[in-house]
Every structure is written in structure tokens, then in C-alpha cells.
Design a protein around this ligand. Structure first.
Ligand SMILES: NC(=O)C1=CN([C@@H]2O[C@H](COP(=O)(O)OP(=O)(O)OC[C@H]3O[C@@H](n4cnc5c(N)ncnc54)[C@H](OP(=O)(O)O)[C@@H]3O)[C@@H](O)[C@H]2O)C=CC1
Ligand SMILES: O=CC(=O)O
Length: 361
């Protein structure tokens, strides 16, 4: 049994601390892609009550192999109920008729106890804190500013935390709008992919409202192995873009090296072994190398997101007059991969492009 989340603030009175604890454990989560789903699951496993929303509802309601929970709604109350094995399947419709709206197709999160919100606004209305994990700047802005968006319900006493990878301008625009409504905002992009998200081993790069950051530490402790508070709004986004610019360039150099080894008559597997023992050994080469040699590119970090990060990092370079020829060349390879329809595969699929243009392909 995992330990309950820490109290967010020092105790005041017994009554107020129990109210704070209740509120702190109630978190909204917008965006259930590769990362969001794993992160929301972690929060649920650690005792947080989570209300989730995703633009495409089917991701929330994918049918699991065993349908053992139902979703009940009574006005504002929206609960997922686990049916004990002793309740025969044939009784579910009867329960549903008695209790109102329900869905059979509860996905893993609902089966773990998540409630489902209809809109970002309804999630923010319900929860003191709402986290978002969305694909890119346009998604991040849409979820906040569009109809039924976050802005409709954010206000005094509520916090919004966007963990998507976006540029500093996007974070600042959201921050201004949230603050104007009386709410608090933290940007908190993460370093670490699907597996670290599943294992609660992300590195969190936060900036913005320090009080909200402090409130979020119990959740960040569950999601990550370390969180950095980087000061003023935009610094989290910038740090994340610098890190991913380096990562994208490394992936290109690695792929070229695998091609070069292969074309010059060396064993790429032996190259992996040699790299792993030397000064440039790193978890990315170790994890991605074997699957790249097999030509297997199940997406942990989709290439379209890596290319978005290269684009945003290059734009940050433009703003600051920093010449980045290595990153620019890497961006071209990622763009080429996108143009070939490879954007939804793992970013390591750029290896195939490099093979095609000069390597073994
Ligand atoms: N995967 C990784 O390894 C890592 C990813 N990141 C960053 O985290 C973020 C999420 O990544 P990941 O989970 O991999 O991405 P996915 O592509 O798996 O998920 C993207 C999510 O954004 C939602 N979305 C996209 N456009 C919109 C929109 N216009 N309005 C509302 N929702 C939208 C999608 O909803 P729908 O299901 O409806 O399409 C989905 O929930 C990205 O910014 C990425 O760069 C950061 C670290 C690691
Ligand atoms: O953004 C991707 C990651 O692995 O970090």
C-alpha cells in the first residue's frame, strides 16, 4: 500500500488541515496521451483522487478485457464504482437504470478510480489543482482559451499546472490569462519518457508561481524523482527545449554512427557494447539502440513531438542569436521523417531516414 500524499502546508487547525488535505488530494488531469495516462495512473496509485479529461473520449473509455466497473453520475457527483466479483455481470444494466448514466467501457484509469470530466472547465470547477499534459503549444492554448476551457472556471484559490513541452511565449500567455482571473499558474515540463512516467521517475522543470509550486510538491514527488524550481515563468519551457535540442542532436549522431559502423563492415551490436563502456554511455543509447537495430519503433516519444521541440529550440536560438548548426541539421532529418509519414513512431525512427539517405537503406 503506497503512503498517502504529504500535507501540502503547515497545519493550521485540525479542521482546516483536513480540508486542505482533502483538496490537495483532489487533482484534475487534462490530456491522456502516452505521458498523461501514465502520470494520472501514478497519482491514482498514490492515493490522489483524479478527475481526467481527454479530447478524444475513446482514450478514456477503451474497453478493458474485463469490464468490472461502472460510472455513475448524480448531478455534480461523478464516480466510478468497482463492482465486486460477486456482482454478476447481468445485474449491471439494472444498477445502471437505477443510478443513471454509466459506461461499460471504463479504461484502466477509471478502473483505478478516476472520475471523468466532460470538459476542461468542468474539471477545473471540481478540482483545486488541475494538471495538463498536451501535445504542443496549440493544444495547450486551445484547452485554456477555447469554449469550455480552463479559463472559464479558474479563479481565486485554484491552481493550473501545464506539464506539456511548449515555448516560453505560450507559458507566459497562459500565465497572464490565469492570473487575470485570480488563479495561479506553474509551467512544469518534464524530462523523461514513457517508462520514467510509468515509474514516477520524471525530472520536473517548473517555474512560475512559487506558492502553487510548493502546493504541488506532493504530486511532483509522486510523478518525478526530482523537481527543479527555475524561477520566472518561461524558464521551465526554455530548460526543457535546451535539453531536448541536445537529445535530438544526440539521436541523429547516434543513428549516423550505427549506419557508419554497418556500412564500414563493423557490427552495430559491437558498437553498442563499446559505447556502453565508454565516456559517452547513456541511458538513451542503451535503451533505444537494441530496438533501432531491430527496426522496431513503438512510440515512447513520438517523432512529431521531438521535431516540435527542435523547432521551438531553434526559434529560441534565433531569439538569442545562438548559432546551432548541429541542431538545425538534426531538425531537417526529423522533418524528413515527418514528411515520410513517420511522425507517430518513436523519434528513434529517424535512424531509418539516415539509413535511407546515406546508410545501409
Ligand atoms: N512521450 C514522451 O516521451 C514525452 C513527451 N513529452 C511532452 O509531453 C507532451 C505530451 O506527450 P505525449 O503524451 O507523448 O503525447 P501524445 O501525442 O501521446 O498525447 C498528446 C495529448 O494531447 C492531446 N491533444 C492534442 N491536441 C489537442 C487539442 N487541440 N486539444 C486538446 N487536446 C489535444 C491529445 O488528445 P487526443 O487523444 O484527443 O489526441 C493527447 O491527450 C508533449 O508536449 C511532449 O512533447 C515530454 C517528455 C517525454
Ligand atoms: O521529451 C522527451 C523526453 O524523453 O524527455
Amino acid at each position: 500500500q503506497p503512503p498517502p500524499p504529504r500535507l501540502p502546508r503547515a497545519r493550521k487547525t485540525k479542521q482546516s488541515s483536513s480540508r486542505e488535505r482533502e483538496a490537495a488530494m483532489e487533482v484534475g488531469f487534462l490530456g491522456l496521451g502516452i505521458m498523461g495516462k501514465a502520470m494520472a495512473a501514478n497519482l491514482l496509485r498514490h492515493g490522489f483522487r483524479v478527475t481526467v479529461w481527454n479530447r478524444t473520449l475513446s482514450k478514456v473509455r477503451d474497453a478493458p478485457p474485463i469490464r468490472r466497473s461502472i460510472r455513475l453520475r448524480f448531478g455534480q457527483i461523478d464516480r466510478s464504482i468497482h463492482m465486486p466479483c460477486s456482482v454478476p455481470f447481468c445485474f449491471y444494466p439494472i444498477i445502471s437504470r437505477t443510478c443513471g448514466d454509466f459506461c461499460w467501457q471504463c479504461d484502466e484509469l477509471v478502473a483505478m478510480g478516476a472520475a471523468v470530466g466532460d470538459t476542461p472547465a468542468s474539471v477545473v470547477a471540481k478540482c483545486k489543482y488541475t494538471i495538463a499534459m498536451l501535445s504542443d503549444p496549440s493544444a495547450a492554448l486551445s484547452v485554456v482559451f477555447d469554449k469550455d476551457g480552463v479559463l472559464e472556471q479558474i479563479g481565486e484559490g485554484k491552481g493550473y499546472v501545464d506539464m506539456s513541452t511548449v515555448d516560453a511565449a505560450t507559458s507566459c500567455k497562459i500565465s497572464e490569462a490565469v492570473k487575470q482571473k485570480g488563479g495561479a499558474f506553474v509551467e512544469a515540463p518534464v524530462s523523461g519518457s514513457k517508462k520514467p512516467a510509468e515509474d514516477g521517475q520524471l525530472v520536473i522543470l517548473a517555474a512560475g508561481d512559487k506558492a502553487l509550486y510548493d502546493d504541488m510538491v506532493p504530486a511532483f514527488d509522486v510523478l518525478g524523482k526530482k523537481s527543479f524550481f527555475l524561477g520566472e515563468m518561461g524558464n521551465g519551457a526554455k530548460m526543457k527545449l535546451v535539453v531536448n535540442m541536445i537529445m535530438g542532436s544526440m539521436m541523429n549522431a547516434f543513428s549516423e554512427g550505427l549506419c557508419l559502423a554497418d556500412k564500414s563492415g563493423l557490427s552495430p551490436q559491437t558498437l553498442l557494447d563499446v559505447l556502453d563502456l565508454g565516456a559517452i554511455a547513456n541511458p538513451m543509447f542503451k535503451m533505444k539502440g537494441p530496438s533501432m537495430l531491430q527496426g522496431s519503433y513503438n512510440p515512447a516519444f513520438p517523432l512529431k513531438h521531438q521535431q516540435k521541440d527542435m523547432r521551438l529550440a531553434l526559434s529560441l536560438g534565433d531569439e538569442n542569436a545562438v548559432s546551432m548548426p548541429v541542431a538545425a541539421a538534426s531538425n531537417e532529418a526529423f522533418k524528413k521523417a515527418r514528411s515520410l509519414g513517420l511522425g507517430d513512431l518513436d523519434f528513434s525512427v529517424v535512424h531509418e531516414v539516415l539509413k535511407g539517405t546515406g546508410g545501409s537503406g
